[in-house]
Design a protein around this ligand. Structure first.
Ligand SMILES: [Zn+2]
Length: 461
């Protein structure tokens, strides 16, 4: 059970290392907040503010709240697995102040009414939640959904994620249409004829285990096709969860000739490899696209570092315990990721010296916001005060009890991760706070915004 309490208004965050990739700021500073917006950034500017409205951030990194372009919230339809409220609560505890939720719900987010339903549910969530509408009606891949109506209702992008739009002619029409509204189409790239009923990456490990494989080329053919269509139509194309070295090459080449393509990578594809499946056939490692080889992981890291891949997105995919509990073959695809993203990315990129904090924060904030054109991801006067404060050195052990998502399907349970979120602020309201030194606060200690985020907030459209 959780406690209901109205979140406290924060007026100053003092003494932390403020890293804002959008402005290039990186140094110890105070931030003043007024009316839900950043007012000023500077040194020694926070005198005279009542103590209860101050966050002392000495030793912490203070960054724009993270933005996830790829979250599955399961509402409507599977509220037993996740809801807008519980998913957003998991998000803010992981530092995410904005999440964009995919339309593969039941029913699908495929019309104005369902977009409105999610936007409405988001009003009482701890963080900001923006729905992504489906490209095709009911995600069936047969005819176009009402894209214009959904844009008007607040959809920030369009995707049939979970499946590709297999019909290239239909995707072409969707791109021509989307371009009129300058909205982004998000492609889940997979070629059904090649993936068929595969359950893991096709390679030496799948052969050894006798499990049906999903070849890298299943993704790459679709990436190539969708890039070609984007080049022809001029549509803004975003490729979800890039997972292979070949896909990175294709996106790199497309960007070099000016195609309007962006791409994301998940924390798990930056960290985990297919050979882990051989250890214990753990269904928690079953994701789509599948975990690939260490060469793919290296290429994805390189792609992120050189800007080929624009941002990190979690593909947070909650599943009920009984569904992930059985055989590897039969389990659904997906793992949760909002709460572990910071720690897993820290390990994949910073601990090994590949990148520094400003770079990782950029991938989780400004670079993500740019893809969908969201008014978020920066700490500047006048910007929404969506801010995360985290201790970059503190560690926590991932346990079932520490996870706030309604579903617990994380392969990281038992891992010790570095980087503990101490406070998350949305529109100037403290929506999450954790002062424990050991692990994230239990769900009962979480405060939730009840009065913030009016419909007129600039992040909503
Ligand atoms: Zn997908």
């Amino acid at each position: 059970m959780k406690t209901e309490q109205s979140a406290a208004a924060i007026r100053a965050i003092v003494g932390g290392r403020v890293i804002d990739p959008a402005s290039g700021h990186d140094g110890v500073a105070d931030i003043l907040i007024a009316d839900g917006q950043v007012e000023r950034i500077g040194r020694g500017i926070a005198s005279g503010i009542p103590e209860e409205a101050v966050i002392h951030a000495e030793g912490m990194i203070v960054a724009p709240g993270f933005i996830d372009l790829h979250t599955h919230l399961r509402e409507p339809g599977r509220e037993d697995e996740e809801t807008v409220e519980t998913g957003s609560a998991a998000g803010v505890s992981g530092g995410f102040t904005t999440v964009c939720c995919m339309p593969n719900t039941e029913p699908a987010i495929a019309d104005q009414e369902t977009v409105r339903f999610v936007v409405d549910r988001a009003q009482s969530a701890a963080g900001k939640v923006h729905p992504i509408g489906s490209i095709t009606r009911d995600r069936k891949g047969e005819s176009l959904a009402e894209i214009a109506d959904m844009v008007a209702a607040g959809a920030v992008a369009f995707s049939d994620d979970g499946a590709p739009v297999a019909n290239a002619g239909l995707l072409r029409r969707a791109m021509e249409y989307a371009q009129m509204f300058d909205v982004t189409l998000v492609s889940h790239c997979e070629t059904p004829d090649l993936s068929r009923d595969g359950v893991m990456h096709e390679g030496s490990v799948s052969t050894k285990l006798g499990l049906r494989g999903i070849p890298a080329i299943s993704e790459e053919i679709c990436v190539a096709r969708d890039i070609a269509l984007a080049r022809m139509t001029g549509c803004r194309l975003h490729i979800a969860h890039l997972s292979t070295a070949g896909s990175v090459e294709l996106v790199r080449a497309a960007k070099a000739i000016g195609v309007r393509v962006t791409a994301e990578v998940t924390p798990h594809h930056l960290m985990l490899t297919d050979d882990l499946v051989a250890r214990d056939f753990d269904p928690l490692l079953k994701v789509n696209p599948p975990l690939r080889t260490k060469e793919d992981v290296a290429a994805l890291r390189d792609g992120l570092l050189d800007g080929t891949i624009d941002c990190i997105a979690t593909d947070h995919a909650p599943h009920a315990e009984q569904e992930k509990d059985g055989e590897f073959d039969l389990a659904p695809f997906g793992m949760i990721g909002l709460e572990t993203a910071l720690g897993v990315c820290q390990r994949a990129l910073i601990e090994n010296g590949l990148a520094d904090w400003p770079f990782l924060i950029d991938c989780l904030t400004r670079r993500a916001a740019r893809v969908f054109g969201l008014d978020a991801g920066r700490i500047e006067p006048g910007a929404p005060a969506d801010i995360v404060c985290f201790d970059p050195k503190a560690q926590w052990e991932v346990t079932l009890a520490s996870l706030k998502s309604k579903s617990k399907n994380s392969p990281y349970v038992g891992w010790t991760l570095t980087g503990v979120v101490r406070a998350t602020i949305v529109d100037g309201q403290l929506v999450y706070r954790n002062l424990s030194n050991a692990e994230p606060a239990p769900a009962t200690a979480r405060a939730r915004a009840t009065t913030t985020k009016t419909a007129g907030s600039p992040a909503r459209r």
